[in-house]
Design a protein around this ligand. Structure first.
Ligand SMILES: [Zn+2]
Length: 219
């Protein structure tokens, strides 16, 4: 990965950049060291129109349906002047709890895009596991996809462009694995839903007949 501060190539999970010393700890004075709860779309800059937000939510739903392990999140806001959006994106991918039950696992497969509309800057960070699967140029490609829309202050368009870019990067990696073999019967084959406390709707509230069904008698 590239150091978010000086762009030197560094090892993933290296505690600090060997060239400039940048580390998560160096950002503590600005953000602390606590996890922060975030939605996929955080618009602290109030730059997204309602229609942009609705469309973006649908786009991100589609992306997560196509690639269930992956999520993409966006933060729009004014950043501290001494921090660049790459650094903030890096902090968020490490300290953001993105409304998912498996926070630490999912961040490994997350992409965070940070836009400071007032400063006209944008940055991105990719989770470690996902980064290891993608080309080194992936962050640049995502950012370049966003730039045309951002240059016209079309923030919804920038979200769409980023999501399309991430999908295009992931599609060659995705493997469709349809279930082609029938499920092999285990030791409990022949049991019924009632054996698991599940009662068929058609039997209403009556007790389920415990005599073996014809198919079970044949066995
Ligand atoms: Zn550095």
């Amino acid at each position: 990965m590239k150091c978010p501060h000086c762009s030197t190539t560094i090892e993933a999970r290296q505690p600090a950049c060997h060239k400039c010393g940048f580390s998560l700890a160096a950002m503590q004075p600005f953000f602390g060291d606590q996890w922060v709860r975030l939605e996929r779309l955080t618009d602290a800059a109030h730059c997204l129109r309602l229609a942009d937000r609705h469309k973006a939510e649908m786009t991100l739903d589609d992306l997560e349906r196509a690639f269930p392990q992956v999520f993409v999140a966006f933060y729009f806001g004014s950043l501290p002047p001494v921090l660049n959006p790459q650094e903030v994106a890096f902090w968020l991918i490490n300290n953001g709890a993105f409304s998912t039950p498996q926070i630490s696992k999912r961040n490994e497969y997350g992409v965070v895009c940070v836009v400071d509309p007032a400063a006209g800057t944008v940055g991105t960070a990719i989770g470690y596991a996902l980064e290891s699967l993608l080309a080194e140029t992936a962050p640049t490609m995502i950012l370049q996809a966003m730039v045309p829309a951002l240059s016209h202050a079309e923030y919804g368009g920038a979200i769409e462009a980023a999501a399309t870019s991430v999908s295009d990067l992931l599609r060659p990696l995705a493997i469709a694995r349809p279930i082609t073999q029938s499920l092999s019967p285990g030791p409990h084959a022949g049991s019924s839903a009632a054996d698991y406390g599940l009662h068929p709707l058609r039997s209403g509230h009556r007790q389920t007949d415990s005599t073996p069904s014809p198919s079970r008698q044949r066995r």
